[in-house]
Write a protein of this length. Structure first.
Length: 142
């Protein structure tokens, strides 16, 4: 197995605190059209480590780190459809980070991921989704 990574980023025309307030809830994708459905699993709130969700009825994810102080979260994909099914990838970790840009009071948002796999099929899939989500995020504040 080999380690694969993706890295996507965008400038968002809003203060980091406002951007973080929009994305900080692991269970809330109301700002997105790419994620049509986000179903909370269990009773943990979307800012508590251990919270689980199912995206678009197919992708099971768990919150493994949440930090309001650094405007960041990490989560695992526990199972889903090909190419990120449990049989395709191992140790998948996604990372969302919002950083302030003080010149102009804007934000730099990065969405990255890493996992182990026998092939690179998930690279294009994950990059495409994260780029689309980042585009929606920037558009939300435009």
């Amino acid at each position: 197995m080999q380690v694969y990574r993706t890295f996507q980023s965008i400038m968002v025309p809003a203060p980091a605190s406002e951007v973080w307030n929009l994305v900080r809830d692991f269970h809330d994708f109301s700002w997105s059209k790419v994620i049509e459905k986000c179903e909370a699993v269990g009773d943990k709130p979307g800012d508590m480590v251990g919270a689980q969700r199912v995206l678009n009825g197919a992708f099971k994810e768990s919150l493994i780190e949440h930090n309001d102080g650094t405007y960041s979260m990490r989560y695992s994909i526990d199972d889903g459809l090909n190419p990120v099914a449990e049989s395709d990838v191992k140790e998948y970790v996604g990372h969302l980070q919002v950083r302030p840009i003080t010149n102009g009071d804007t934000s730099y948002v990065e969405w990255s991921s890493s996992w182990k796999s026998d092939g690179d099929e998930a690279v294009e899939f994950c990059s495409g989704i994260y780029n689309a989500l980042l585009g929606e995020l920037a558009e939300h504040f435009s």
